[in-house]
Design a protein around this ligand. Structure first.
Ligand SMILES: O=C(CO)COP(=O)(O)O
Length: 244
């Protein structure tokens, strides 16, 4: 049985004062012991949050493939681990589309993170044009096949896939329940044995109103939440929905 996994991606939001929200979320999460909860704030807040909340899971939103070196502006998986991060998101569409990250780079980031003992969330998802052409499943399965470091998957429970249709991110739009279930089922089938333990999360406009329905669809093991993860009052109901 896979545990539900609810992850907040704060993207480029938050300040040191936001520790109050993070503490509220971490405190409330203790009421839902059946759910794994994590928050991924911007790099500047990772160490502060992780040291203030040592029992809670704090993660990064990206990592470099190398442990150190002349890579101005980058942060390595080793640095995240040193900052007491427990996980990292890789391959978010805002980096794939916005910065041109490729499957090969994302796979290398995944390997770097696993090597440092971080749990990894690998994001995949189709643009609207691909969905409208009826090719969303093929597109996403190609991303899964290209981004996962199969050779390093000794413990597939250390990897989660987040299916985030690009057109659903920050728009208030979500795919139909049937479409989410079909995509998650296709990903599960493609993962083979690893799919027994690997969590498959849904992301894209998840909120307190739609979380319960989405989280109880077949093959949906949790959610990667953007806007609705920034405050405890919006995020905690999503955690609660995962526990029911
Ligand atoms: O991109 C997302 C999480 O990584 C989803 O963002 P929203 O929940 O704001 O749509």
């Amino acid at each position: 049985m896979r545990r539900k996994f609810i992850v907040g991606n704060w993207k480029m939001n938050g300040s040191r004062d936001s520790i109050h929200e993070a503490k509220g979320i971490a405190e409330a999460a203790k009421n839902y012991p059946s759910v794994d909860v994590a928050l991924c704030p911007p790099f500047t807040l990772v160490a502060g949050f992780a040291f203030a909340l040592p029992e809670f899971s704090i993660g990064g939103q990206d990592c470099h493939v190398k442990p150190s070196g002349a890579f101005t502006g980058s942060v390595s998986a080793a640095m995240l681990a040193d900052a007491r991060a427990k996980l990292v998101i890789v391959g978010h569409s805002e980096r794939r589309e916005g910065l041109g990250e490729t499957n090969d780079e994302i796979k290398a980031k995944c390997e770097a993170a696993l090597t440092e003992g971080l749990r990894v969330i690998v994001c995949v998802g189709e643009p609207l044009s691909v969905r409208e052409e009826g090719k969303a499943i093929d597109y996403v399965l190609a991303q899964v096949a290209g981004s996962l470091p199969y050779a390093l998957l000794k413990d597939p429970s250390q990897v989660a896939i987040a299916y985030e249709p690009i057109w659903a991110i920050g728009t208030g739009l979500t795919p139909s329940s049937d479409d989410i279930a079909a995509m998650h089922g296709a990903i599960r089938a493609a993962l083979g044995d690893a799919g027994e333990v690997m969590a498959i999360l849904y992301g894209g406009s998840v909120n307190g109103d739609n979380a319960s329905e989405i989280l109880h669809l077949p093959d949906v093991d949790g959610a990667l939440v953007g806007g609705a993860s920034l405050t405890a009052d919006k995020f905690v109901p999503i955690i609660a929905a995962a526990a029911c």
